[in-house]
Write a protein that binds this ligand. Structure first.
Ligand SMILES: C[S@@+](CC[C@H](N)C(=O)[O-])C[C@H]1O[C@@H](n2cnc3c(N)ncnc32)[C@H](O)[C@@H]1O
Length: 394
């Protein structure tokens, strides 16, 4: 998705949900209210997000909503253009030529679009594993890939219920880290954590004391990025380290490519970014109220790529580079891929669309700079020139 896009940053003109959707959100809100009661009157924001996004049958990603694509709430790079898959395939092809095993593990495969693109471009792939937390998306991926892939390619796709043992190959996560539940903290005279309470059936904010893990995360950011001014609100992804630890434990040899919108630490915790990075998507509009109709909207936070790289190193990964999406795609033959598809496109309209897709993927004001690609290696020594920075902005 492009979190900068959207003509409604304040949320004032969000289209009203249908009555059935409101009823759906009400059911989830009641479930969240029960969790709040059970917890003694307030839950931490990551628990709220876990329920708003992933509560079985009710959460945004777990219920049967359209989510991705024109009929949903946002689009991602593999949905925008097959050129994204062309470039990623070229990178994976190069890594396989350097000795990486021809297997892919994709986290959070969305509609299955990237899987289809990679299997089409890389016939040598022996297995394509998908680990998807949403049962609804998993079912959609299975239906979509069964309908679009040939039988041989489809037979190589495997959906996992848990991480594999001793994985050897290539790991891909496009826009997965931004969808992980985060903690929310606010600095006033001191740091507070923002939790979610329920009064008279309405969800609202309630300050709680940060627990030890959040305290430690705040301390390490202020040590690295400098003391933050007050007032200052921001997010902390405490799920990152356990996710990377589990991934490291599951892999024998791997190269991991993480693509997402985010910043390095100094930019993430810029004093000017005092309202944090949370972003909500509903019907291709962007707004900033995560408590609005839980279950009907996507809620995400930008990724602190230094936090990812540091936590990854603690787990034994070697960071092999962080660059903008534009740089990564261009270094992996974006323009050549566009020219090839352009030459093969019969209709003028298709050619115009390709040119537009290149712009969307690479222009700084679109996805080009806000999205970054981070590479991590475990147990392999590979060269990835596309992840090497050139000049100031990488
Ligand atoms: C914003 S969507 C991106 C989908 C897809 N990668 C794409 O680019 O179109 C986020 C996806 O990540 C999945 N997800 C979130 N946390 C996950 C986790 N810890 N493990 C696996 N999948 C996860 C969601 O269910 C969803 O499929």
């Amino acid at each position: 998705m492009n979190p900068a896009r959207g003509d409604d940053p304040g949320g004032a003109a969000l289209p009203p949900p249908e009555p059935a959707a409101i009823e759906h959100s009400e059911r989830l809100r009641r479930r969240i209210g029960e969790a709040i009661d059970a917890a003694g009157g307030v839950i931490r924001f990551d628990r709220y997000l876990q329920m708003a996004l992933y509560e079985p049958g009710l959460g945004y990603y777990s219920a049967g909503l359209a989510k991705l694509g024109a009929a949903g709430d946002f689009v991602t790079a593999p949905e925008i253009s097959p050129l994204f898959g062309d470039c990623l395939a070229r990178q994976l092809d190069d890594l396989i030529a350097q000795g990486c095993a021809p297997q892919v593990l994709e986290f959070g495969a969305g509609s299955g679009a990237l899987c289809a693109q990679l299997l089409a471009a890389l016939p040598m792939l022996e297995r394509y594993l998908i680990l998807e937390v949403s049962a609804d998306l998993r079912a959609r991926q299975q239906a979509q890939l069964r309908a679009t892939l040939d039988a041989d390619a489809f037979a190589r796709v495997e959906w996992l219920d848990r991480l594999p043992d001793g994985f050897d190959g290539l790991v891909v996560a496009n826009e997965v880290l931004d969808a992980m539940p985060v903690r929310l903290a606010e600095k006033q005279d001191a740091w507070l954590e923002l939790g979610v309470a329920c009064r008279d059936g309405e969800l609202g904010w309630q300050a709680v004391a940060p627990d030890a893990p959040l305290d430690a995360a705040i301390g390490s950011v202020e040590r690295a990025a400098g003391e933050l001014p007050a007032p200052y609100r921001t997010e902390f992804n405490l799920n990152l380290a356990p996710w990377l630890r589990a991934l490291a434990d599951a892999c024998r040899r791997a190269v991991v490519l993480i693509v997402d919108y985010g910043y390095e630490r100094a930019e993430y915790y810029d004093p000017a970014r005092h309202r944090g990075t949370l972003v909500c998507h509903y019907r291709h509009r962007v707004h900033d109220d995560p408590l609005w109709y839980p279950g009907l909207q996507d809620i995400s936070a930008f990724v602190d790529f230094d936090a990812v790289a540091d936590a990854a190193e603690d787990c034994g990964f070697t960071p092999i580079g962080l660059v903008t999406q534009a740089r990564f795609l261009l270094a992996n033959g974006l323009l050549e891929a566009a020219a090839r598809r352009h030459a093969g496109a019969a209709a003028t309209r298709a050619r115009v669309e390709l040119a537009q897709q290149v712009k969307t993927l690479t222009l700084p004001q679109e996805m080009g700079e806000k999205f970054k690609v981070l590479g991590l290696a475990l147990g392999v020594d590979v060269g990835v020139p596309a992840l090497a920075r050139v000049g100031r902005d990488g």
